[in-house]
Every structure is written in structure tokens, then in C-alpha cells.
Ligand binder design. Structure first.
Ligand SMILES: C[S@@+](CC[C@H](N)C(=O)[O-])C[C@H]1O[C@@H](n2cnc3c(N)ncnc32)[C@H](O)[C@@H]1O
Length: 363
């Protein structure tokens, strides 16, 4: 059995129980988001493994009124019990299948952190909110090859969507995941709106606010659409329905992805609250988190689908690559909005017209 420290907790990690230290950043950020929500929240970590995520949620945030840890592995359940006792965190621990457990109960905040795709668990997770007016669903996906378009058939099977493997495939990925969440919530008269989105290395993490109401559920579904993309000049456009075949900018045949979510990926006030909370925490990755949150705040202010990777664009246009700062200064000089994006260190998010972007990159 191994021992490790994370977020001020000493954890036992027995053989055969999953623990990935690389996910510490993800746990820091989802914990900050939970803390930023305020109120008093009953929380379930429905696939808890060592229990680290749920235990940290309660230990670090005063707004967790109760915590339930669930896993179908006996070893995981034993480890979670030991870790809860060792760190003096009050909670229940159950050896159950997550779907069966969620289907028959209700919580304010549901954490789904499976191996691979969360798709098979979304129906029962959504159902668990059926008696709630409002709730929060936190979902991790690590099946990035599927969501990013390396396995078309698997993406259609799991998410009911056609993926697109291009330079903003990680944004397509979170939008396909969000679309799937929305379509699972709507039949229960629940709207679902992303309040936090993280794409990092091999995974994505999204946290949604769910609200009861038939009209809201329909409005959420109306935010689904398709993105068209030109592989020749990087033109892209997100619409509810796409009826054109050729790029309006260069005439090349367009590619498509969807249905996927086309709305906002973050709530700015939540990001700002997370930033304030982070300043009070003693996280190992506090500086990295601050930088990430500031980038998210900046890009959340620009309503644009996808980002432009400067390397891809320069290569396709056969022009010299400009540095990030030079490029951002060029946009600012023209009075155009542009920001770095946390999705990719060499890309910018902008709502400038495509023609203008081509002009500035080629200048
Ligand atoms: C990726 S790990 C969870 C990691 C953990 N949340 C963390 O932050 O370290 C996935 C866990 O889900 C459990 N699991 C897989 N399928 C499950 C199911 N249907 N119901 C409950 N637990 C399940 C596995 O036993 C495993 O412990």
C-alpha cells in the first residue's frame, strides 16, 4: 500500500485502487468551483476510488453539508473509508453501482469521474436531480481520442455526434460532451448550462448548473448545432443547421461536426470567485491555477466558436509565424477583441471576421 499527500490530506492508496497524481490540478479546480457556488450543498462522489476528490471537496469547502462516497470496487470502498477516518472527514461510503445509486437518490452536486467516457452514466445522473429545482453536475471525460475525432464511430455511439479532428478539436470535444449532457437532462425537464470548462492534457472537466423547467430545457437544446470548418483556410462557423457545402471564404469543401453545444463554456462570476478562493488556498499549483483562471476569464469574454492556432494558420497561408504578443497587439491596434485560450498555448480566441484574421496573420 502506498501513501501520498494531496490538498492537505494524507491518503492511503492500496494496490488496485485508482489514484492519478496528474489529476490534482483537476481536483483543485473542481473543488474551487464547488466552493464558489456557495449555498449548502449535498454532494455525491459517485466513482470515488480513494475518495480523494469528494473528501477534498468537504475538507476544503464550508458549503458541503453532506458527502456520500460511492464505488463499485470493494478495495476502493475500504480505502475511501480509511481515508475519510484518517482525515476526519464526515461522510457515508457505499459499495454500489453509480447508476443504481444515483437513480434512487437526490443530491445538489453530483461528481462523475469515470474511466473514459461519462456517457453511460449521464441518464441516471440527470435522473437523480428529478426532484431538485437546481443542482450541479460535474463530469470528467478521458476518452479524448473519441471526442477529438480519432474514432468517428465510437463518438457517434457514445455521444450521438460526429467529431472533427482539427486544430480546435479539444473545444469540439467539450462541446460534444456538453451536448450529450444537455440531451440527457432535457427529458427530465432540466436545463443544463456549463459554468466551468477545463481542457488539460488527456482529459476534460465540465461543471453544469441544472435548473428545473420545461422552457429552460428546450432553450438548452436550442443551443445545440453544428460547426462547419474549412481545412484550407481555417474558416469556421457554428449554426443550428448548416446548409452550405463550400467555404464562403475560399470555396473549399467544408467539414462538419455535431450536433454539439454552441453556447458559453464558462460563467465569468464563478471564475472570478474561484480566483479569489484560490488566493486563500495553499495549493501546490496555485500559481498555475491563477494563470489558467485568468486566461479563462479573458477568453470567456469573447463569444466565438473555436480558436485560431497561429502555427496552423501560418502553415496553411504560407506566411511567417508571428509571436503571440505581436499578434494580440495587432488585433488590439485594430480595435478587435482577441485573447489567449487555455485550450492551446499557441492559439488565440477572437470574434473578429475571418477575412480580417487572415489579413492580420498574413500582414
Ligand atoms: C477514474 S477512477 C475515479 C478517480 C477518483 N475520482 C479520483 O479523483 O482519484 C474511476 C472509479 O470508478 C469506479 N467505477 C467504475 N465503474 C463504476 C460504476 N458503474 N459504479 C461505481 N463505481 C464505478 C472504479 O472502481 C474507479 O475506482
Amino acid at each position: 500500500m502506498g501513501k501520498t499527500k494531496e490538498g492537505g490530506m494524507l491518503l492511503s492508496v492500496p494496490n488496485g485502487v485508482f489514484y492519478n497524481p496528474e489529476m490534482e490540478l483537476c481536483r483543485d479546480l473542481s473543488g474551487l468551483c464547488l466552493g464558489a457556488l456557495g449555498g449548502k450543498l449535498s454532494v455525491v462522489d459517485a466513482m470515488c476510488a480513494t475518495g480523494v476528490r469528494g473528501l477534498r471537496y468537504r475538507k476544503e469547502n464550508g458549503n458541503v453539508s453532506s458527502l456520500a462516497l460511492v464505488d463499485m470496487s470493494s478495495r476502493a470502498v475500504a480505502a475511501a473509508k480509511r481515508n475519510a477516518a484518517a482525515n476526519r472527514v464526515k461522510c457515508t461510503v457505499a459499495k454500489r453501482d453509480a447508476c443504481e445509486y444515483l437513480r434512487n437518490r437526490g443530491f445538489d452536486f453530483v461528481e462523475l469521474d469515470p474511466f473514459g467516457s461519462p456517457a453511460p452514466y449521464l441518464h441516471d445522473a440527470a435522473k437523480s436531480f428529478r426532484e431538485k429545482k437546481q443542482g450541479f453536475l460535474s463530469v470528467t471525460a478521458t476518452d479524448m481520442a473519441v471526442l477529438c475525432g480519432a474514432h468517428h464511430a465510437a463518438c457517434m455511439k457514445y455521444y450521438g455526434a460526429v467529431p472533427l479532428d482539427n486544430e480546435f478539436c479539444h473545444e469540439n470535444a467539450v462541446r460534444i460532451l456538453a451536448g450529450k449532457v444537455i440531451l440527457n437532462c432535457a427529458p427530465f425537464n432540466l436545463s443544463a448550462e456549463p459554468i466551468f470548462t477545463l481542457s488539460h492534457r488527456h482529459y476534460v472537466k465540465m461543471i453544469f448548473e441544472l435548473r428545473r423547467g420545461s422552457e429552460g430545457a428546450v432553450e438548452s437544446v436550442k443551443r445545440l448545432g453544428f460547426v462547419s470548418y474549412c481545412p484550407a483556410c481555417c474558416f469556421r462557423e457554428a449554426k443550428r443547421l448548416v446548409a452550405i457545402e463550400r467555404c464562403p471564404s475560399c470555396g473549399h469543401l467544408l467539414q462538419y461536426a455535431g450536433p454539439l453545444y454552441t453556447g458559453a463554456l464558462w460563467r465569468e462570476d464563478t471564475l472570478k470567485s474561484m480566483l479569489r478562493l484560490n488566493a486563500k488556498r495553499v495549493y501546490r499549483k496555485r500559481a498555475q491555477i491563477e494563470k489558467l483562471l485568468n486566461t479563462m476569464i479573458s477568453e470567456s469574454g469573447i463569444r466565438a466558436y473555436g480558436y485560431y492556432d497561429l502555427h496552423t494558420l501560418a502553415k496553411k497561408l504560407s506566411v511567417r509565424i508571428k509571436g503571440m504578443e505581436e499578434m494580440l497587439a495587432d488585433f488590439a491596434a485594430e480595435g478587435l477583441s482577441a485573447s489567449r485560450t487555455h485550450f492551446c498555448p499557441t492559439a488565440i480566441r477572437t470574434d473578429a471576421p475571418h477575412k480580417k484574421i487572415i489579413e492580420l496573420v498574413s500582414k
